[in-house]
Write a protein that binds this ligand. Structure first.
Ligand SMILES: [Zn+2]
Length: 412
């Protein structure tokens, strides 16, 4: 029944999922030369649309390297000059943007289709189907008519915002009752739920795949997931509003979705991390060509044991813009705040910088109330290494962003 529902839905929405999926899966067997050739042809098609925009009108015949790099600010300020106006836009979306300045992107129907197919590709890699039971933890509470839609899709949808102990208990109960084959979550939401599971001494059902997306998957969260789901494949779906970018294969490497995007990196540091630029081969309404996504990534030359020849993304370091700007002119990266060793008795924390008076508030949810947090050592560390005075506040949960996403480091 659910299969019929999905097929009917594809017909109504006009997405040709099955043929698209077969085409994308073929790439799994291609040699590098065939992938490059495919990208060249797709790029030429994109360029035909791009030259209809004011900004790219002189790029007839240019190859990719002939396209200029524009800053994110320039793209936003000249938004309309990038548009091709070939048809009514399918959707205009706003990204949350970690600095609080949302970015506007025209999303084509083909871009949405590529994302849905990329998701089906991931399920196929793991021998799963989209009709398989899924618990999805992300975003905000859904209106009740959507609940029926998710029921037909065999999905249980749970919002990821403001997870308290009570909510975590309920979510654990739901996961254990439904026994999903697929569990999705924003990484921080699941991290908090797992910490509460430890506190309450509860075990979780083991899905076949636990996949994450929406936020950067920090290494400590990945380790936490592996510890709790030893029998599950841990998969990261690296997506942005602008494109589906990559997904983890069954051998554990993240492969770029090279059917959809061309990846480049610039401004590489000595560790091999560079700013990621993407060209979305389906961005026909507002061409995203060598577009600065705002993350820093490291690409790998290694051959994956799975045999796929698409590029491997070794590590993602998230947004480059997570800095605190202090009144005295200093810029402090959140990486400088090596906090982890001070927070073993903490479920979750957040460091909030109040710009008005340059104070820092450390909010935390305590794990075991029988012992306190070592606030003195952390206070000393901040004062000595960063010259920052830290204030502490114990809370019962940390507020998420309006999108349901979590921010460890915030400025207000
Ligand atoms: Zn692989």
């Amino acid at each position: 029944m659910r299969r019929i529902f999905n097929t009917a839905l594809d017909l109504v929405t006009g997405f040709s999922m099955q043929s698209g999926l077969s085409a994308v899966l073929e790439m799994d067997n291609w040699q590098r030369g065939a992938i490059d050739q495919y990208q060249c042809e797709k790029f030429e098609k994109l360029r035909e649309y791009a030259v209809r925009s004011e900004i790219y009108k002189n790029h007839v015949g240019s190859d990719l390297s002939g396209f200029l790099l524009f800053s994110k600010e320039f793209v936003q300020e000249n938004f309309n000059r990038f548009r091709t106006n070939i048809r009514k836009p399918y959707s205009i979306e706003y990204t949350s943007g970690s600095t609080g300045n949302p970015k506007k992107v025209v999303v084509s129907k083909e871009m949405i289709q590529a994302k849905r197919i990329a998701h089906l590709k991931m399920l196929t890699w793991y021998d799963l189907k989209r009709e398989d039971k899924e618990v999805y933890i992300g975003g905000l509470a859904q209106p009740s008519f959507k609940k029926f839609y998710y029921f037909l899709k065999n999905k249980v949808y749970l919002p990821s915002n403001n997870i308290t102990k009570q909510k975590a208990r309920e979510y654990i109960r739901i996961i254990n009752r439904h026994k999903p084959r697929i569990l999705f979550s924003y990484p921080y939401a699941l991290d908090i739920i797992l910490s509460y599971a430890e506190q309450m001494k509860k075990n979780l059902h083991q899905p076949e795949v636990v996949y994450t997306g929406g936020e950067n998957m920090e290494p400590h969260i990945k380790n936490h997931l592996i510890q709790h789901f030893p029998y599950s494949s841990i998969v990261n779906e690296y997506w942005a509003t602008e494109a589906n970018i990559g997904v983890t294969c069954p051998s554990g490497n993240m492969h770029a979705d090279e059917d959809t995007i061309i990846i480049e990196t610039v401004n590489q540091d000595e560790d091999g991390f560079g700013d990621i630029l993407i060209t979305n081969l389906y961005s026909y309404d507002m061409p995203l060509i060598r577009y600065d996504l705002g993350d820093r990534i490291k690409l790998s030359d290694a051959q994956c044991p799975c045999g796929r020849k698409t590029m491997i993304i070794e590590e993602i370091r998230g947004r480059t813009v997570d800095y605190y700007y202090l009144k005295d002119g200093r810029r402090i990266a959140y990486m400088d705040m090596r906090i982890s060793r001070f927070v073993d008795n903490v479920i979750v924390y957040q460091v909030v910088h109040h710009k008005k008076d340059d104070t820092f508030l450390f909010k935390y949810v305590l794990r075991e109330h029988s012992r306190s947090m070592d606030t003195e050592s952390l206070h000393h560390f901040f004062r000595k290494n960063l010259g920052i005075e830290l204030y502490f506040k114990e809370v019962d949960h940390i507020h998420t962003e309006p999108s349901g996403k979590f921010r460890v480091f915030a400025s207000i």
